[in-house]
Design a protein around this ligand. Structure first.
Ligand SMILES: NC(=O)C1=CN([C@@H]2O[C@H](COP(=O)(O)OP(=O)(O)OC[C@H]3O[C@@H](n4cnc5c(N)ncnc54)[C@H](O)[C@@H]3O)[C@@H](O)[C@H]2O)C=CC1
Ligand SMILES: O=C(O)[C@@H]1CCC=N1
Length: 279
């Protein structure tokens, strides 16, 4: 048994389910043996079993969730929003108890929508992100109406093992989604664009990608470790009359900060729409 001395089951073992499983095993919170995963394809059964030594159960015609409900203390909903309703319809008649904890990472879907299908079980909503795969995740956690402080502590322990995690009121989860959930994609665009610029100036693609990625990581580390305002750190790079301020001018002429703020706003609006459709 892992250090949490609990069993955890994942309904959905795709990209995010796998990222969480990998992090939990390497943190020692759960052993492969304590982890159950529902998957939808045979290929995934073989991959998850061989790679993580977890117990994998295939879902066919809406069946296969009972083992997770019977065996696990924590049930993680890690399917796409579009299939969530079918999953909830299928698990609502299973013996979900007060002692279970449901953790949903499904984008946009409120705890109240999930609580309707599980009349005793506490529900927690988490928005993690893909850098969990390399132990550098950033998650927001919100408690549903039945979740107690101890449930929040448990979720914090789980997601802090995969990076950083904040407990927030639920109305902040959609805004947070667009900053940290979607944010990696925005950062990859920046890395790709800086790489293309480097390639245009004659750098090899490999070297330019590594330089750009290391630069974003280093800049992020500076913000986190020095706790300086990003504007001050930016000023420190800009020599008077130098190259950085010329680059900053070019970015601002293109509306860089406004565009990024628009992206964060668009992500939040879309997440709300996706959530409403899924509920
Ligand atoms: N991709 C991301 O960066 C983030 C995603 N999320 C949320 O995580 C959830 C999962 O996303 P991903 O892992 O990226 O998707 P994914 O498509 O990689 O994984 C979903 C998995 O569920 C399986 N599945 C489909 N129907 C099923 C069923 N009825 N029962 C059991 N398993 C079933 C699929 O075969 C697939 O492997 C989504 O709701 C998304 O909003 C949250 C944070 C970040
Ligand atoms: O794009 C999405 O909807 C999900 C939620 C946050 C990241 N990926």
């Amino acid at each position: 048994m892992g250090t949490l001395n609990k069993k955890i089951g994942f309904i959905g073992g795709g990209q995010m389910g796998e990222a969480i499983i990998k992090g939990l095993i390497s943190a020692g919170l759960f052993m492969g043996d304590d982890i159950y995963v529902n998957v939808a394809t045979d290929k995934r059964i073989q991959y998850m079993t061989e790679k993580y030594g977890v117990k994998v159960i295939k879902v066919t015609e809406g069946k296969g969730y009972d083992i997770i409900v019977d065996e696990c203390d924590i049930i993680v909903l890690a399917v796409k929003p579009q299939v969530l309703k079918g999953v909830l319809e299928a698990i609502k008649d299973l013996p979900l108890r007060e002692e279970h904890l449901i953790i949903s990472i499904v984008g946009g879907v409120k705890t109240s929508a999930i609580e309707k299908y599980a009349d005793k079980t506490p529900v927690i909503r988490v928005m993690p992100n893909t850098p969990m795969l390399v132990n550098a995740g950033a998650s927001g956690i919100a408690l549903g109406s039945r979740a107690k402080e101890k449930d929040g502590e448990l979720a914090l322990t789980i997601f802090k093992a995969l990076g950083i995690a904040y407990l927030v009121p639920e109305h902040l989860i959609d805004p947070l989604t667009s900053v940290s959930g979607c944010g990696p994609a925005y950062a990859y665009l920046m890395i790709e664009a800086m790489t293309d610029g480097g390639v245009e100036m004659g750098l090899t693609r490999d070297m330019a990608t590594t330089l750009a990625a290391q630069t974003l990581m280093g800049a992020a580390k500076m913000v986190l470790e020095t706790k300086e305002h990003p504007g001050k750190l930016k000023d420190n790079v800009c020599s008077p009359g130098g190259s950085t301020i010329a680059g900053v001018h070019a970015l601002e002429r293109g509306g860089f900060r406004g565009i990024v703020m628009n992206a964060v706003e668009a992500g939040k609006i879309r997440m709300e729409e996706v959530g409403k459709k899924a509920e």
